[in-house]
Design a protein around this ligand. Structure first.
Ligand SMILES: [Fe+2]
Length: 349
């Protein structure tokens, strides 16, 4: 029987860049002509946002945010190394990268033999590690485990997609960033990887290319795409995944990778800061293992709070509920000026 480790992390793109650019998404929103003039003035912002923005457009607060995230990533890496997985499954979203207009699967297992990839164009400038745009990242895939998992999911009534090679992008940033952050000290990451795509962006995956819409020009229902899978369905898929991997020969680490509420998806805050209240509520139910509250969360609520990417975490929550586990450790990392709140969780084997 395969032991299972559960981890929750983030793939927050600005961590690749320099601290002075960490508030870059906020700066983009501030340049949006649709932003009411009143909100261009920090004096009209919530106090915590103003404090992080400070007198240097967030640079000082960014250093502290980085330090906290890196501390969590180093810890997660230690936990992973102690577990010695045969296989690392990552639940991550595809933001109009590998999957574009020709197909959007609700879920897809990338059963690759090997992975060779580079940072996205927009993440390539001023890399904190000094890595240039040609830097290639190579990982071992696990086609055999991917085929096994797809089969076992299909047998459980989950109509699972799979692929043996990339379509439009060698690896979506949700997966690559997770791998490079889990190897923040660049000692190497040798565990075989099985990326498990979740269509988190749903209505906004093609219409907004998995990103933001200009303020003042929200897309109409007709312009938006069909929705993502529901939170409840993601939990069912997570539970079915854990049943499959528990019966497999492989020690499996299950990693959910995403930040929580994303400011650029929260129009009620003019995209300036994330939905802290919604994240805190959900965090509290994660901490206490109240998975029923997770299951009852509607997709509409997820979308309204800019928590689309949390569907990756719903997969993990369903998996851990199936194992009867609460988090052994979890911590909520609040951020106002840096687009998203983050959460880190460890569910020991
Ligand atoms: Fe993402």
């Amino acid at each position: 029987m395969g032991d299972i480790l559960g981890l929750g992390v983030t793939h927050y793109p600005p961590l690749i860049g320099l601290d002075q650019n960490m508030a870059g998404i906020l700066k983009t929103v501030l340049r949006d002509p649709g932003l009411p003039a009143k909100y261009r003035d920090p004096a009209n912002w919530p106090e915590q946002l103003r404090r992080e923005w400070g007198s240097d457009e967030g640079k000082t607060a960014a250093a502290a945010h980085r330090a906290e995230l890196v501390r969590h990533f180093r810890h997660a890496r230690n936990v992973l190394d102690e577990f010695r997985p045969d296989l690392v499954i990552i639940w991550g979203d595809d933001q109009h990268e590998n999957f574009v207009d020709d197909i959007i699967p609700p879920f897809c297992i990338h059963a690759y033999d090997a992975i060779e990839t580079k940072h996205r164009q927009r993440d390539q400038s001023e890399n904190i590690w000094g890595e240039g745009p040609d830097t290639a990242f190579r990982y071992t895939g696990h086609r055999e485990a991917g085929k096994y998992l797809a089969r076992r999911l299909l047998e459980q009534g989950v109509d699972m997609s799979y692929s043996y090679k990339p379509l439009h992008h060698s690896l979506a940033h949700a997966f690559l960033n997770t791998l490079v952050y889990m190897d923040y000290d660049r000692v190497g990451f040798r565990y075989p990887v099985l990326p498990f795509q979740v269509n988190c962006y749903g209505r906004k995956v093609i219409s907004q290319r998995g990103y933001r819409a200009s303020l003042g020009h929200p897309l109409t229902d007709e312009q938006l795409d069909p929705p993502s899978p529901t939170p409840k369905r993601c939990m069912e898929v997570g539970a079915a995944t854990v049943r499959a991997m528990r019966e497999s020969p492989w020690r499996t680490a299950l990693i959910a990778s995403s930040s929580w509420s994303h400011a650029f998806l929260v129009d009620k805050h003019y995209q300036l800061y994330p939905d802290l209240a919604a994240d805190r509520r959900l965090y509290e139910t994660l901490r206490t293992g109240d998975y029923d509250s997770w299951r009852k969360t509607s997709l509409a609520a997820v979308e309204e709070s800019g928590q689309q990417e949390l569907l990756n975490w719903f997969c993990l929550a369903g998996a851990m509920e199936e194992l009867g586990r609460k988090p052994d450790e979890c911590e909520f990392v609040e951020a106002w000026a840096f687009n998203s709140n983050k959460c880190f969780a460890v569910f020991q084997a």
